[in-house]
Design a binder for this molecule. Structure first.
Ligand code: CO8
Length: 258
């Protein structure tokens, strides 16, 4: 498929999606969401892809949902079509790891899209924010929920109620991003990290991702039980045998994804 608002590339076993709507600072219009959905579906179905990097430009990961597209919508338009629901599901339910490589603005839906990914690497110029309150609305793709889980109630409340932006250092300090990378190295570093994950056993990586995600959805006791069961189940895989044998034999493991 030819894309108009994203650019899709494959680097080894890593799928790379770059949001590419520069004149609108990568504002997330409906067509962009459809393209993102299509690209993620393709990577999800491709056994040769072990991880995905989602990035934008140096100036903007994404400056939010497309305000001009939304401004005239009525309640019935958004309610009946369940506006924004499909995209969140596609990113959130992806079984392969998705790394957000964020430079510049990640605002509103852009911040929410980054938070839907499995972790965020931030360039030193990254700016995160939920400015919807200034537009007379509120975050609609999980911002009030995920930001609160990541940075805690006080900071999330302040950001959602004031719309102020948070720079990369504050975002790292608060646990929103895993680490900061110099802007010029951001995408290469994200691809390196994704490649190192893609070299591992794909099913075990999926199980690990499922277990970490479970911690957001359940009690500690249930989460630990879930983890224990998944841990036990790794012993039914050939890759667990290969990984532990390779360690004992002082060689690099050759995972077969089974
Ligand atoms: N939607 C549509 N167009 C946008 C958006 C946007 N979110 N952001 C920027 N643009 C456009 C501008 O209109 C401008 O277009 P034009 O040249 O035709 O006038 C172009 O991008 C460049 O923008 P600026 O001239 O404003 O660039 P600056 O460098 O001066 O400012 C800012 C950059 C600070 C990022 C500024 O553009 C800004 O404040 N943008 C809006 C940020 C915002 O409020 N985002 C939240 C949007 S609402 C939202 O995301 C709701 C979430 C609910 C669910 C999300 C689903 C995805």
């Amino acid at each position: 498929m030819a894309y108009s608002h994203i650019a899709v590339d494959i680097k080894g076993s890593v799928g790379v999606i770059r949001l590419d709507r520069p004149k609108a600072l990568n504002a997330l219009c409906a067509e962009l969401f459809m393209e993102l959905d299509e690209a993620l579906n393709g990577f999800e179905a491709d056994d040769a892809i072990g991880a995905v990097v989602l990035t934008g430009s140096n100036k903007a990961f994404a400056a939010g949902a497309d305000i001009k597209e939304m401004q005239t919508k009525t309640y019935m338009d958004v309610y009946k079509k369940n506006f924004l629901t499909g995209c969140e599901e596609r990113v959130d339910t992806s079984r392969k790891p998705i790394i957000a490589a964020v430079a510049g603005y990640a605002l509103g839906g852009g911040c929410e899209l980054a938070m839907m990914c499995d972790f965020i690497l931030a360039a030193d110029n990254a700016q995160f924010g939920q400015p919807e309150i200034k537009l007379g609305t509120i975050p609609g793709m999980g911002g009030t929920q995920r930001l609160t889980r990541f940075v805690g109630k006080s900071k999330a409340m302040e950001m959602c109620l004031t719309g102020r932006m948070m720079g990369a250092e504050e975002a790292e300090r608060s646990g929103l991003v895993s680490r900061i990378v110099p802007l010029d190295d951001l995408v290469d570093e994200a691809i390196n990290v994704a490649s190192s994950i893609a070299e591992l056993s794909q099913p075990i990586v999926m199980m690990c991702k499922e277990s970490v995600k479970k911690s957001y959805e359940t009690t500690l006791a249930e989460g630990i039980m879930f983890e224990r069961r998944v841990f036990h189940s790794t012993f039914s895989t050939e890759d667990q045998k290969e990984g532990m044998s390779a360690f004992a034999e002082k060689r690099t493991p050759d995972f077969k994804n089974c």
